[in-house]
Design a protein around this ligand. Structure first.
Ligand SMILES: Nc1ncnc2c1ncn2[C@@H]1O[C@H](COP(=O)(O)OP(=O)(O)OP(=O)(O)O)[C@@H](O)[C@H]1O
Length: 322
């Protein structure tokens, strides 16, 4: 990766500002009145179910799609119509990144780097960083899905952009590859880069993001720091009881149980009175194998997205109030 420094001088201005943006495809509204600021140096995660509008919103920020209405500014400038002045400052990995498939990995990245005037050292270090250091001479059309994804990420990073957009960058990576990429992303953040990324991995968003925004049916229903979201919406704890010990109806009737669901091999009892529920469970099922879990971002996300709410939720959501 090259070592372009983030531009100084206008640090108080957000890296990306989105105001009341809408976008429809035919009669279907994919993005519905979204307002949002991504601060400089921030690691921002856009979360939401399939079809919620994440990619559409990110592509509007990138200048790859035109919004129907609303305003977008990247470093204070409109990314649409195509703003070539912004291109060297942005790195973009999409879900359908294009490759020069007949070139080798190294030739491909050299070609991308040349478009931005990045040098050969940047090509080598970026391939090393994304775990393709030993794949220089492999043709792109011979790469596995996960290796292509790494190359797409390398193509977004090779010119050392200040603002990096990554659309589900870890989707095709194996567990070790995901963890390696986390370190690459943490390193970029430590060097002051701004990162906007989408993911369905909630553990990852919780571990990496300064703030997350949750989109549901095109609307940004909440924006906040992961730990604050958990604090605001994740009250109580969850008791995981192995399936078969007690039926759902009986568990729901126990004193102190707020709700019951089945997840994996467990009956999950939500409660704000853990001791009381454990005391009630003990004579019925015994406590062997019963686990207690405090809420995670995933719990909060599932709770928020399954409410199918139309109204913004009350949290530290300045954007919605702006
Ligand atoms: N080019 C397009 N033409 C028509 N409809 C589209 C187009 N792109 C997206 N859509 C629709 O817009 C909605 C939002 O899609 P989008 O890809 O932005 O969601 P997403 O949150 O990124 O989903 P995923 O998590 O599955 O990637 C969906 O209903 C989708 O079918």
């Amino acid at each position: 990766m090259s070592s372009t420094s983030p531009t100084a001088g206008t640090d108080s201005e957000p890296a990306v500002s989105v105001r009341d943006v809408t976008k429809s495809y035919g009669g279907r509204r994919a993005v519905d009145g979204v307002s949002l600021d991504v601060r400089r140096g921030e690691f921002f995660g856009l979360l939401g179910p399939n079809g919620a509008g994440k990619s559409t919103l990110v592509e509007i920020m990138e200048g790859l799609r035109q919004a129907d209405s609303g305003e977008v500014a990247v470093f204070g400038e409109s990314p649409w119509p195509r703003n070539t002045g912004l291109l060297p400052r942005m790195g973009v990995q999409t879900q359908s990144s294009a490759f020069f498939v007949r070139l080798t990995v190294h030739e491909h990245l050299r070609t991308v780097a040349a478009l931005f005037g990045a040098d050969r050292a940047a090509v080598d270090s970026t391939l090393e960083a994304v775990g393709l250091g030993d794949r220089h001479d492999v043709r792109v059309d011979s790469l596995s899905g996960g290796q292509r994804q790494r190359l797409a990420i390398a193509s977004a990073l090779v010119h050392g952009p200040e603002l990096i957009f990554l659309d589900e960058p870890t989707a095709a990576l194996d567990p070790a590859g995901r963890r390696d990429l986390w370190e690459v992303l943490r390193g970029l953040k430590a060097r002051g880069r701004t990162i906007v990324y989408t993911t369905h991995h909630l553990d990852e968003a919780e571990a990496l993001c300064d703030r997350v925004g949750i989109l549901v049916s095109g609307r940004l229903v909440v924006t906040d720091e992961p730990q604050r979201l958990i604090g605001t919406f994740g009250s109580g704890s969850r008791l995981l009881v192995p399936l078969g010990r007690i039926d759902e109806e009986r568990a729901a009737a126990l004193p102190g149980v707020d709700s019951v669901s089945v997840q994996g091999g467990h009956l999950v009892l939500e409660t704000r009175a853990t001791g009381r529920v454990l005391a009630a469970l003990d004579p019925l099922t015994g406590l062997d194998g019963v686990q207690t879990r405090t809420p995670s971002l995933e719990d909060v996300y599932l709770d928020i997205t399954t409410r199918q709410t139309d109204a913004p939720l009350a949290s530290n959501n300045q954007e919605q109030q702006a």
